[in-house]
Design a protein around this ligand. Structure first.
Ligand code: PMP
Length: 525
């Protein structure tokens, strides 16, 4: 994230600072690759619909304050701009009517629930529809919202639900575990069994379980620093590795010292983190030159925001250098693992990292993170592999590792079911889904023809790419019953049917037609 966050004291300055921070956070999470205010922003004050909910007897009335804020821009408003502003207000009215209960529910609990998701993508002229759809029930590729609307879900738990929501084969294992008990304290019987299966599927020597990708990344870096006895870590622009302080760094504009991406992260914590451009020769040069002093090079092999960018040769070159310099090469496979191939991008690209980080799919819908890799890098967790009945002992230098909920029995049960499925179906599971997603993107690109829009996939992850802000397109798609979360990563699951795909194409087509007709999407010259 390159944008500098200015803090100004006046109202407009405060709002701008907040929007910049939200924008940079959303950018990190995968959404809005275009500046937040690049969508046509009408300078008229929006006439905002009043809404009432008879059951809750609550009235939500917007004041339009922020609309006035922009009105101060003091410039001529063209007829086109006025028409677009009118469309936005009319669309917001329709959107609100369809999802009224979600909107009221969000407003009701905002004072207590601190939740950055429900402010994500905030913009004054879209304010009245800035809320995240709340689900009432979900199964397979669909869920139903509070108002009873059905959605085909293409967010799939941010990539968690490879098999759709609540698949029967995972649910059965979870139920069974609930019957047995979900004790924490004594070790879960399944922990060792799941570790063995995971090492087989993910092709690593040892593995440790945590509760999230963030924890796993944090641990991977600590392990690399322990084993190498070095501090400096290289990460790359455009990657997302979760929200541990240590990875919340951005490249400095001058001077070479990284800066934190947000207030609250001390400069000192990112002082040993170097942020380089991804896939560029200059980064290879840096790693070659400084390799001897690097603890780790951490990559998101294919960054979820740029599925079309697959720099295999770049990764191979880093592997060669880091092998020589004794630097830990860490693959963050939180999204790619168990998706593009069982072991992830490393399997697809035939590159062996020292440490890999997994999460999401592995937990079968339960919270999980995992660090896997060569024994040398995992041994600082427990001192290494020692045996009863001989003179072996935990001899590896250890570092700090802990977590009340690590290896939670319910998570282990769900992970066990996921891994059994992978052991049974192997690579065909992921390769079939990859092919289906590539075909779906081809169909999308046929609809996008003539527009500055493109669908790209890596495995069963896909994204829409455009030089313009396409928030309104996604709002239209959501409005028509296909759900895409604010980060805009879309996922195909094994639960999606051909009908789901056909319906999605129709929804996208109708949305494009409407926005094109209203002057928001233009055909390329
Ligand atoms: N790494 C990558 C590549 C991710 O995409 C994410 C989350 N989307 C994380 C790490 C962090 O995982 P979690 O949200 O489980 O902490």
């Amino acid at each position: 994230v390159k944008s500098t966050i200015h803090v100004r004291g006046d109202l407009q300055g405060i709002i701008e600072s907040q929007l910049a921070l939200m924008h940079s956070q959303l950018q990190l999470l995968g959404g809005h690759s275009v500046a937040a205010d690049s969508l046509p922003m009408p300078s008229t004050t929006a006439p905002i619909a009043k809404q009432s909910d008879s059951t809750a007897n609550t009235v939500v009335e917007a004041k339009g304050v922020l609309g006035n804020w922009r009105a101060k821009a003091n410039r001529e408003v063209s007829a086109d701009e006025k028409a677009r502003a009118e469309y936005i207000n009319q669309f917001i009215g329709r959107f609100n009517e369809r999802t009224n209960k979600t909107k009221l529910h969000t407003q009701k609990y905002r004072s207590h629930l601190a939740d950055n998701r429900v402010s994500a993508g905030f913009r004054p002229n879209l304010k009245e529809m800035i809320y995240t759809i709340i689900f009432k029930s979900g199964k397979g590729s669909h869920f139903v919202d509070l108002d009873g609307n059905d959605y085909i879900d293409f967010s799939m738990g941010f990539g968690v639900n490879l098999f759709g929501h609540c698949p029967d084969f995972i649910e059965e294992r979870i139920r069974k575990q609930l019957d047995i008990g979900y004790c924490v304290g004594p070790q879960a019987e399944l922990a060792g069994i799941v570790a063995e299966k995971a090492c087989k599927v993910l092709q690593h020597e040892r593995i440790a379980f945590l509760n999230s990708g963030t924890e796993a990344v944090m641990t991977a870096i600590r392990l690399a620093r322990t084993v190498t006895a070095r501090n400096r870590v290289v990460i790359f622009e455009g990657s997302y590795h979760g929200h541990a302080d240590v990875v919340l760094a951005r490249a400095a504009t001058q001077g070479g010292v990284s800066l934190p991406v947000a207030p609250g992260v001390p400069t000192g914590i990112v002082g040993d983190v170097v942020v380089l451009p991804y896939g560029e020769a200059s980064s290879i040069e840096y790693i070659r030159k400084h390799g001897d002093s690097l603890a780790a090079v951490l990559v998101e092999p294919v960054q979820s925001r740029y599925p079309e960018h697959q720099p295999v040769e770049f990764l191979k070159e880093i592997r060669k250098i880091t092998e020589k310099t004794g630097t830990a090469f860490i693959f963050d496979e939180v999204i790619c693992g168990l998706r593009v191939a069982p072991a992830g991008a490393e399997q697809l690209f035939q590159i062996k990292p020292d440490i890999s980080v997994y999460g999401k799919i592995l937990g079968g819908g339960m919270p999980i993170g995992a660090v896997a890799g060569f024994a040398k890098y995992l041994d600082p967790i427990d001192g290494g592999n020692w045996r009863f009945g001989d003179d072996s002992y935990p001899g590896a230098e250890m570092t700090f590792f802990a977590g009340t909920f690590c290896k939670h029995p319910v998570t282990m049960a769900a992970a066990d079911a996921v891994l059994d499925r992978f052991l049974k179906d192997g690579d065909s599971l992921t390769s079939n889904l990859n092919q289906r997603t590539a075909k779906l993107c081809q169909r999308l690109n046929a609809e996008f023809q003539g527009y500055d829009l493109q669908a790209n996939n890596f495995g069963s992850l896909f994204r829409f790419k455009s030089p313009s802000n396409i928030d309104l397109l996604f709002a239209n798609i959501n409005y028509r019953g296909a759900y895409v979360w604010e980060g805009r990563n879309l996922f195909l699951s094994t639960a999606h049917t051909q009908k789901d795909e056909d319906d999605f194409i129709q929804i996208v087509k109708t949305s494009i037609d409407e926005l094109s007709h209203e002057g928001f999407l233009r055909k390329k010259a």
